[in-house]
Write a protein that binds this ligand. Structure first.
Ligand code: NDP
Ligand code: GDR
Length: 370
């Protein structure tokens, strides 16, 4: 039985990857951070009582900022594969916490590589590093591939640049099986609530159900190559199953504006939106509502721009070229953008219907948005 260790197991990708590896017969170990409340919502369905026998899913307390703790866990687990998904992963927040982001996303990667080296596991343990399309930053060329020059545009991206190169360096210096997956944006119903797609699908569901008036967004012109997280974790696994370690771009090859994502998300519920105005005065209003379940009045403003969501330096255009992954890993995305949008919007409608039931029964319902 192969043994895998996942950092960031409580995140979006960690949850899907753990599911995938368990389905392939792996023993899966994950590192979770201590928090004052349970933070395991995304993996609670995988929980196995440690008092039972033959447990294949185990969690360890740890943190990428703590080298001794990482060494102890790697020593205890003796993993065949490590997936380093743990990170402060929010680009906008990295401008507020640049030093912490550098520590966890940059040095955290080094600490894990060093743990493997110190413990003499360089020939046993393969490691996947969660690199990102944010490395491309300011557009140099499109579509972006493994040979496109990097130009990071945020403390997050700069920290990930260190993570990328230290992974390459350990591969070359110590002959380790270490690779970077340069993954473009990937989303799902498990996506964190403050990333733009999930913020939109939650807002769309709540507006349709009469729980919210408006969604406030930042740069509507930014273009992203959005895929489904379920497809992308398969690529991570494939990267660690090859004869030779290599770095791969994982993307769909299609790019879409944030504005277009908004239109698609409302259209999923039969609500047609039109945008008017420019810059911070741009708003989206209901142009038509074809779904009798959601009685939104034509003319109601449901999207507005709030400059608070603008970034000091923005990444305007991402579009990936996944040719190498297709040719060498046999990987291709199974979901297109409409399928992704549908999956996310429908999941959020289901989620927030619960709130309408609670409200009707006289309970208070809380909501937090950022
Ligand atoms: P999430 O933000 O959903 O999850 C991040 C995970 O990292 C969480 O489990 C979080 O724990 C954990 N984490 C945060 N800080 C630390 C720390 N100091 N020590 C240990 N663990 C920590 O991210 P995703 O699942 O979306 O992304 C996974 C990885 O892939 C990240 O490294 C991200 O930067 C990268 N990436 C993501 C892309 C995407 O589009 N989703 C694209 C390209 C790269 P907790 O739950 O306690 O907060
Ligand atoms: P990104 O994802 O920065 O690409 O990083 P995010 O969804 O945060 O932003 C995408 C684009 O949408 C614009 N935007 C807004 N973004 C947020 N979060 N909130 C808003 O209200 C809003 N309005 C417009 C942003 O300016 C941006 O251009 C994600 C993360 O998962 C990283 O960890 C990962 O490395 C990259 O994707 C690939």
């Amino acid at each position: 039985m192969k043994r895998a260790l996942i950092t960031g197991i409580t995140g979006q990708d960690g949850s899907y990857l753990a599911e995938l590896l368990l389905s392939k017969g792996y023993e899966v170990h994950g590192i979770k951070r201590r928090s004052s409340l349970f933070n395991t919502d995304r993996i609670d369905h995988l929980y196995q009582d440690p008092h039972e026998s033959n447990v294949r899913f185990k969690l360890h307390y740890g943190d990428l900022a703590d080298a001794t703790n990482l060494i102890r866990i790697v020593q205890e687990v003796q993993p065949d594969e490590i997936y380093n998904l743990g990170a402060m992963s929010h680009v906008k927040v990295s401008f507020d916490t640049p030093e912490y982001t550098a520590d966890v996303d940059g040095l955290g990667t080094l600490r894990l590589l060093e743990a493997i080296r110190i413990l003499g596991l360089t020939h046993k343990t393969r490691i996947y590093q969660a690199s990102t399309s944010e490395l491309y930053g300011l557009v140099q060329q499109v579509p972006q591939s493994e040979t496109t020059p990097f130009y990071p545009r945020s403390p997050y991206a700069v920290a990930k640049l260190y993570g990328y190169w230290i992974t390459v360096n350990y591969r070359e210096a110590y002959n380790m099986y270490a690779c970077n997956g340069i993954l473009f944006n990937h989303e799902s119903p498990l996506r964190g609530e403050t990333f733009v797609t999930r913020k939109i699908t939650r807002g769309v569901a709540r507006i349709a159900l009469g729980l919210q008036q408006k969604i406030f967004l930042g740069n509507l012109d930014a273009r992203r190559d959005w895929g489904h997280a379920k497809d992308y974790v398969e690529a991570m696994w494939l990267m660690l199953q090859q004869d030779q370690p290599r770095d791969y771009v994982i993307a769909t090859g299609v790019t879409t504006t944030v504005r277009q994502f908004v239109l698609l998300a409302f259209a999923e519920l039969g609500i047609e939106v039109r945008f008017v105005g420019e810059g911070v005065n741009e708003v989206g209003y209901v142009a038509a509502c074809f779904n009798p379940d959601y009685m939104l009045p034509v003319g109601q403003v449901i999207v507005a721009v709030d400059p608070a969501y603008f970034r000091p330096t923005e990444v305007e255009l991402l579009i990936g070229d996944p040719s190498r992954a297709k040719a060498e890993l046999g990987w291709a995305p199974r979901h297109d953008l409409p399928a992704l949008v549908s999956d996310m919007v429908q999941a959020d409608v289901l989620l927030f219907r619960r709130d309408t039931v609670l409200l009707e029964a006289g309970h208070q319902v809380m909501f937090h948005d950022e």
